[in-house]
Design a protein around this ligand. Structure first.
Ligand SMILES: Nc1nc2c(ncn2[C@@H]2O[C@H](COP(=O)(O)OP(=O)(O)OP(=O)(O)O)[C@@H](O)[C@H]2O)c(=O)[nH]1
Ligand SMILES: [Mg+2]
Length: 295
């Protein structure tokens, strides 16, 4: 395959800036879950953009923050590690905001490792244009950038410009992944994430952050795929809230999640949800390991 380019591009930044929205915009599929709450993404995820003469493996990462739990520590380590073996990094920041220390650290880190760094100033659709110019100026004084590009991941504005910039930094080479797939997650992992996304969207602060989802079984032997999933919460008092009055809340999670999982699997789905309490699981190494939140 001559002229074929391939490589890895990490997408990093603070929580809630739009990294996963951008990841999905690049590949035109829903590889990563998205919500308006910070710390939606919990672990690195590879999303694959297969072009005619290129393959870009995007690594969506958890938003970097000051951790307060073991899970938070894992999330930061996971995000930080993405910068050690990629060809390009994309730092996503929000239009119209100050420069955060965390962003300064990412710039220093990428510059010192000589990883080409693209700054994506996201949510440009939410601010007046004249706000962005001084922001570009301020960032360019913080370090070296291969490019600084204002974008709207939501509206897919500027996404192609970033892709073109990324490809400039890739060498010729064979694809790393099967070119038929758009994510390296299993359907079980994706289904669990879809359920977690509905919880993030339906509940407020404390509940979604203390929630984890595990697929207990997935039976695809019949026309209807039967999935049994467990929602873990970290406090006894959260359980009745997740279930809701007469089971209304959990029914809503189930019906939204089922529709998305049906799209993912392209088949009818029967989804059974259970809620279990695992006291303070976000600080328990063994449970984190069980849920896949470990190296
Ligand atoms: N207006 C606007 N909203 C956006 C844009 N990109 C993302 N958002 C919104 O910002 C919120 C956060 O998006 P995510 O993609 O989940 O952000 P993230 O950086 O992956 O967040 P974490 O996984 O928590 O680190 C969601 O409500 C998105 O719809 C954009 O370009 N414009
Ligand atoms: Mg995310």
């Amino acid at each position: 395959m001559s002229n074929f380019r391939s490589g890895f591009a990490a997408i990093v930044g603070r929580p809630n800036v739009g990294k996963s929205t951008l990841t999905n915009a690049f590949i035109g599929e829903k590889a990563a879950i998205v919500s308006n709450k910070p710390q939606t993404t919990r672990t690195n995820l590879a999303a694959i953009d297969n072009g005619e003469n290129y393959q870009i493996v995007f690594v969506d990462t958890p938003g970097m923050h000051t951790p307060r739990t073991k899970l938070g520590e894992y999330m930061n380590t996971s995000a930080g590690s993405s910068l050690s073996d990629v060809d390009v990094a994309i730092l996503v920041v929000e239009a119209g905001r100050e420069i955060y220390d965390l962003e300064k650290n990412i710039i220093k880190n990428a510059n010192s490792k000589k990883i080409p760094l693209i700054l994506a100033i996201n949510k440009a659709d939410t601010v007046e244009k004249d706000i962005i110019l001084p922001q570009i100026q301020a960032f360019s004084e913080e370090g070296e950038f291969a490019a600084i590009i204002p974008i709207s991941a939501l509206k897919k504005d500027g996404v192609d410009a970033i892709r073109e910039e990324i490809l400039k930094h890739f060498d010729e080479g064979e694809p790393f992944y099967d070119t038929e797939i758009y994510a390296d997650s299993t359907v079980r992992e994706m289904s669990a994430e879809i359920i977690r996304e509905k919880i993030l969207r339906l509940f407020d602060r404390e509940i979604p952050h203390g929630t984890a989802v595990e697929i207990e079984s997935m039976d695809e032997s019949e026309d209807v795929t039967k999935i049994k999933a467990v929602i873990y919460c970290e406090k006894e008092s959260h359980k009745p809230i997740i279930i809701g009055k007469r089971g209304e809340a959990i029914k809503r999670i189930g019906s939204y999640a089922r529709k998305d999982i049906e799209k993912l699997l392209d088949t009818q789905v029967y989804l059974e949800l259970w809620v279990k309490v695992r006291e303070d699981w976000r600080n328990k190494g063994s449970i984190l390991k069980e849920l896949g939140y470990t190296k």
